[in-house]
Design a protein around this ligand. Structure first.
Ligand code: SDX
Length: 434
């Protein structure tokens, strides 16, 4: 694709000017508008940044029209089929698939950094039992910046590695502590001999009072592993952009990740997986589907079909396709084949929506959040923890994107401008005259 500049004309003054074009490996090229305000005295306006690139990145590529998702050039379908979350995490952080010795060393590093400083556990006692786990997790991750002063030189690659490994290793332990606190159960310590997903399940579901150690179901661990691969990164989505923007000020990386967790919580973003199950439970059964489809189409009704639509995918979200296929397998393997009313309802809802002209015309397809909750529920994970599961997986993506931003020589503090629509200058009125 050519790098030929765009020439634009100011029709008011008649002056013509050029905007330099930059072309990446694949995908749309970009027009560099960084000099626009200086030369033309105007800003661009792009609410929600649907047509604006805020960075150059080599980590994840999405083609929304074709339904393509690649991590470091590897198609998500191949990684889902052949890789593991630990291997994908290494790929996202370091750019290449690891050799066996690299993978073993990375896995060992993660396994041996899962414990929390005992003072951390006291934070959880400050939360009421019914605090939402996402509030607890984002708060406690922010507190990590109060503990770890050994990784504050963000220009030092060794410090960046320690931060990346530590946050990835400890986020499951923090999530499990939040879950146990919400149950009023004692915290369960991580076990280094368990793999990443088995360790998480053990911290969630083992209970000291039960004799014998909790047996992790390999089907559950495999399902989590695949869900984490699918959720690990996704280009410059809302929460990743939040991590980059917060990180661009040079703030403590744990604080930047905490900001990302807060952004992910929203129902328009990662909070949708919890909202989908709430929606399916509200719909109840197939005979109510058309009523809710009508509500989703009604401009006067704020109801949206949760788990449908995407800013980038105008075709099937490849992750949703993989998760849907996984639902069948996991539910059968977990002997929940007959107990799947929500899954059957979700399949029926998808079939009806995808035949409706409104959804067809607006390119609204199921996204990653539409089916993931079905699997989390089958694993025994409560709805309030669904977005926490998303955050656990996405933490390594946020860390990879933060590292790329910190190392980018072009990177500078993010500081967007605005279109001012407030009052023109006016003089102060003494209160007696108001
Ligand atoms: C994630 O960005 C990422 O990559 C995110 C993510 C990741 O991995 O990081 O993929 C994870 O956040 C997935 C999305 C989860 N959210 C939901 O499922 C919530 C429901 N979806 C919508 O709120 C919406 O589709 C968004 C937020 C996902 C996308 O919103 P956009 O891009 O701003 O699209 P829009 O709101 O401008 O919608 C375009 C049109 C509108 O109609 P018109 O005003 O043009 O007439 O489509 C309609 C919308 O009303 N529309 C929907 C709809 N989604 C969009 N109508 C009904 N139900 C929906 N779900």
């Amino acid at each position: 694709m050519s790098d030929k500049p765009y020439s634009l004309k100011n029709t008011e003054s008649g002056a013509e000017f050029e905007l330099q074009r930059r072309t990446g490996t694949v995908g749309p090229s970009v027009l560099d508008i960084s000099s626009l305000y200086g030369k033309q005295g105007v800003f661009t306006y792009d609410l929600g940044f649907g047509s604006t690139a805020g960075c150059s990145s080599a980590i994840t590529y999405i083609d929304g029209e074709q339904g393509v998702l690649m991590y470091r050039g590897y198609p998500i379908e191949q990684l889902a089929e052949q890789s593991t979350f630990i291997e994908v995490a290494f790929l996202l952080l370091y750019g290449e698939l690891p050799t066996e010795s690299e993978l073993n060393a990375f896995d060992e590093s993660i396994r041996t950094h899962t414990m929390l400083h005992e003072s951390f556990l006291r934070f959880f006692n400050g939360f009421h039992h019914d605090a939402h786990p996402m509030a607890m997790v984002s708060g406690v991750v922010a507190c990590m910046s109060a503990f770890y002063h050994d990784t504050t030189d963000i220009q030092d690659s060794a410090d960046r590695d320690v931060f990346s490994h530590r946050i990835m290793a400890k986020i499951p332990t923090i999530a499990a502590a939040a879950y146990k606190h919400s149950l009023g159960q004692p915290f369960v310590y991580p076990k280094n001999e368990l793999d990443y997903c088995s360790n998480l399940l053990n911290m969630f579901f083992s209970v000291p009072a039960q004799s014998g150690s909790y047996e992790v179901d390999p089907v559950s661990a495999e399902a989590l592993n695949l869900l984490f691969v699918l959720h690990a990164d996704h280009e410059q989505n809302c929460s990743t952009s939040t991590v980059r923007l917060a990180g661009s000020s040079g703030t403590n990386p744990y604080s930047a990740i905490s900001a990302g967790i807060s952004a992910l919580w929203g129902p328009a973003h990662g909070g949708a997986n919890e909202a989908v199950i709430n929606m399916l439970e509200e719909i109840g059964n197939a005979k109510n589907i058309n009523k809710y489809i009508a509500r989703a189409k009604d401009k006067n009704d704020s109801f949206r079909l949760m788990g449908f639509g995407h800013r980038v995918y105008k075709n099937h979200d490849p992750r949703a396709t993989i998760i849907r296929q996984m639902c069948h397998r996991v539910l059968e393997k977990l002997d929940q084949g007959e107990d799947t009313p929500l899954f059957e309802l979700a399949l029926e809802l998808e079939q009806i929506a995808l035949k409706d002209s409104y959804f067809i015309e607006k390119n609204l397809y199921p996204n990653v959040d539409f089916y993931s909750g079905i699997i989390y529920q089958a694993l025994g994970i409560p709805k309030a923890m669904f977005t926490v599961m998303f955050a656990i997986a996405r933490t390594v993506g946020w860390a990879a994107q933060w590292r790329e931003m910190v190392r980018d020589p072009e990177s500078r503090i993010g500081r967007p401008r605005q279109l001012y629509i407030g009052r023109a200058q006016r003089d102060y009125q003494p209160i007696a005259d108001r």
